[in-house]
Design a protein around this ligand. Structure first.
Ligand SMILES: [Fe+2]
Length: 550
């Protein structure tokens, strides 16, 4: 049975996957192809085509379509209608379409790909199908939902409102987490821990409202509360961007603002830890699976790991809404009596691998000068060691928002200048935001305390005191870092690059951030990589086995 899973019904992060007889065989995210970050309002059509090509099947071979949202609850966004009416699908017979509740999709994506035989499953996001937090248990192929929280209790929205108040944008949760490290937790938020969970007693939007209206109403209630508690937010100072066009803005953060960020992070962490401790008391499992967008909060994930109450914690790299389509297809498979095949995700690298023939054709068409390298890892490592910042494009793209060594920008972790250059002249990010490393898994304890395998850059650790001076580019202000630990059996080329850098410098890690500039999705094709290279201050681009230098 071939099932097409689709994400994107909530208006962002649309994606497609194919599950064949319970096994994930293809996965792609729309933003990589339509070149709009988060693919706002875009139906998952280009990602569908990519999946068909990955799996070598035709649309007509699909037996069933499973949506990771309820189209009744998100009908005003009309993503399903846009999908069905897309010219690419014109004249094609649509298979039966079913929908799976959004949080069950998050839970299933993470649980089935964790490979655990049993697990506590915690799903937290803004909202999906009117649910914002779910506590469930997985046992073999069965998932039982134990507790659900409505939209007014959304930890995702709470964090997003604080982010918006601090002028980081409603989708600036990652920035808020970075800013939190500069402050102290001194403020109380209206998130109360209770005997059986938590509550946010701040007001309920009218249940008869549509999705958008409900969200807007809730946002207004919470933002009003932020103003009441903290007064006016920090000001944006605008200026003409005479270099790239458009408007620039900067925000000066006072101690109070940084403390608000730290307090919000603390409230989020305390609530999640509390929920986890409760599940442990109920004694259902010692494994934890976290899903939904809130699971991107690597500071919380790191704290959960250090807490030591779970034997193992799994977070799917595509824990955001994009990955929900996998759960939708697997649940649909189960409902058609084909049990999803459980097993630990073997690779985060899905999609097309562009070979050297394809890459050289693109380079030649663009009339670019380039060199073939017989040892691209060694040559790139030498450039890194000389303080250069390199675009790195190899194999198939990563699933999820983190670059994991196939679409990365890399530099020496020893060079603070590289940190400044990457933040300010390549990613055009706020100067205070941290950058992360990729480290050989076998040497992870060189860098951090209590090192564990962390292949998806989703857990924060404390950098050893004695290493901080050696790698200033990847240590955050609070001494934390969010490493990717790399095993050669998962990504041999990326591992080899780090190993070459280790041979030259004695440091078994390199800086790693995603290959894109501000506001852009991560690169998909060699053309995207070349464009990103020439519109930023990168020194060289290693694309396949070719090297372009400025
Ligand atoms: Fe979600």
């Amino acid at each position: 049975m071939l099932i097409l899973g689709l994400s994107g019904g909530l208006g962002h992060d649309s994606a497609a996957c194919l599950v064949h007889d319970g096994v994930l065989v293809a996965y792609a995210e729309e933003e990589r192809f339509c070149r709009k970050k988060h693919a706002y309002g875009e139906p998952p059509v280009l990602s569908l085509l990519n999946c068909l090509s990955q799996a070598g099947v035709a649309f007509e071979d699909i037996d069933l379509i499973a949506l990771s949202w309820d189209p009744q609850k998100a009908e005003e966004l009309g993503i399903l209608e846009k999908f069905k009416k897309h010219p690419v699908l014109s004249g094609k017979k649509m298979p039966t379409i079913i929908s799976v509740s959004h949080h069950l999709c998050h839970a299933a994506s993470a649980y089935y790909l964790s490979g655990f035989d049993d697990a506590v499953i915690l799903v937290m996001d803004g909202q999906g199908d009117d649910i914002s937090t779910t506590v469930a248990y997985g046992k073999n192929e069965h998932i039982e939902v134990k507790q659900e929280y409505g939209i007014s209790q959304s930890l995702g929205f709470f964090y997003s409102i604080v982010s918006d108040y601090l002028q980081l944008g409603a989708s600036g949760e990652g920035k808020l987490m970075g800013l939190a490290s500069y402050g102290e937790s001194v403020y109380d938020f209206s998130v109360r821990l209770t005997e059986d969970g938590y509550e946010i007693p701040i007001g309920e939007p009218d249940s008869s409202l549509g999705l958008e209206d409900k969200y807007n109403k809730l946002t207004r209630i919470w933002m009003k509360e932020m103003y009441r508690k903290f007064g006016d937010p920090p000001k944006r100072i605008y200026s003409n961007n005479t270099l790239y066009g458009g408007l620039n803005y900067t925000v000066e953060y006072s101690k109070k603002h940084k403390d608000i960020a730290a307090s919000a992070q603390q409230a989020l962490e305390d609530t999640i830890v509390h929920l986890c401790q409760q599940t442990i008391r109920q004694g259902n499992s010692k494994n934890l699976v976290i899903g939904g967008g809130v699971a991107l909060n690597c500071t919380t994930n790191g704290r959960l790991e250090r807490l030591g109450i779970f034997d193992e914690i799994f977070v799917l790299p595509a824990t955001n809404d994009a990955g929900g389509c996998i759960g939708a297809a697997m649940i649909a498979s189960k409902e058609r009596s084909v049990l999803p095949v459980k097993g630990r995700l073997k690779t985060p690298y899905w999609g097309i691998s562009y070979d050297d023939n394809h890459i050289s054709e693109v380079l030649n068409k663009l009339g670019l000068k380039y060199n073939y390298s017989s040892d691209i890892c060694r040559q790139t490592a030498e450039l890194i060691d000389r303080g250069k910042v390199i675009g790195w494009f190899q194999g198939a793209a990563e699933m999820g928002p983190r670059a994991l060594g196939n679409r990365s920008i890399t530099a020496s972790p020893a060079s603070y200048d590289s940190y400044v250059k990457v933040n300010q002249k390549i990613k055009f990010r706020e100067s205070w935001r941290p950058l992360a490393p990729s480290i050989m898994d076998e040497h992870a304890d060189w860098l951090v305390e209590e090192a564990q395998y962390s292949p998806y850059m989703l857990k924060a650790y404390t950098v050893k005191e004695e290493r901080r001076q050696a790698v200033p580019a990847i240590v955050h202000v609070d001494g934390s870092t969010r490493p990717q630990t790399v095993r050669s059996e998962v990504n041999p080329v990326w591992h080899q690059l780090i190993a070459e850098h280790y041979k030259l410098s004695g440091i078994p890690l390199i800086m790693n951030t995603s290959l894109n500039t501000r506001g852009e999705p991560v690169c998909e094709t060699p053309y995207d990589a070349i464009k990103t290279f020439y519109t930023s201050a990168m020194d060289a681009l290693a694309v396949g086995n070719f090297l372009i230098e400025k």
